[in-house]
Write a protein of this length. Structure first.
Length: 186
């Protein structure tokens, strides 16, 4: 009898140990949604190196509010990435052009970045209920690959405008100086 009970108990403990759900302890479907979208983000970025893809999460008692929070979080992440991509360009520009022109350049960068983040699109959204009954929404947001190129064109256009303004100002100062000279010589 002992020969039969010992192998049966070992077999039973083995079956019980292997019969779990296979999930990592402490993980939930909500965390899995984040992992799914993070994986999709990595795949999209691998396919297109210029793509701007971000994930955002929001938790609220109402689903729409949770979605809005997730959307805002993803847009903020897109804006941070845009700022990081343009930061080196601004530093190089500052060294070449000086502080006055850089301030104008940064203002245009902020304006264009704001416009770009408003053009970001949620391409996938996953919603789950948390244990306390709140909604947790996870979104995958992307910006069209051509948008960064458009931003750079806008920045270059702003440089041209700044150069024209500077040239007009220099001409105006030169004319004013000529008039002052003429007045002083009378």
């Amino acid at each position: 009898m002992k020969k039969i009970l010992l192998p049966l108990s070992l077999l039973a403990s083995l079956l019980i140990g292997c019969a779990g759900s296979g999930s990592v302890p402490g993980t939930t479907a909500v965390q899995t949604n984040l992992n799914i979208l993070m994986q999709e983000k990595r795949e999209m970025e691998a396919q297109d190196k210029q793509a701007l893809v971000e994930v955002g999460e929001g938790i609220a008692g109402r689903e729409q509010i949770a979605l809005n929070k997730a959307d805002m979080q993803a847009r903020a992440a897109v804006a941070r990435r845009m700022k990081a991509r343009t930061q080196q360009l601004l530093k190089d520009f500052y060294e070449e052009a000086g502080e006055q022109k850089t301030e104008h350049h940064e203002e245009v960068t902020i304006q264009v970045t704001d416009e770009m983040t408003s053009g970001a699109t949620v391409v996938k959204s996953l919603t789950e209920m948390t244990k306390d009954g709140s909604y947790k929404v996870t979104v995958l947001m992307t910006v069209n690959a051509n948008v960064f190129e458009k931003m750079m064109k806008a920045l270059n256009a702003s440089d041209e405008v700044a150069n024209k303004v500077r040239a007009r100002a220099e001409r105006g100062y030169a004319e004013a100086e000529a008039h002052f000279e003429a007045y002083n010589n009378k």
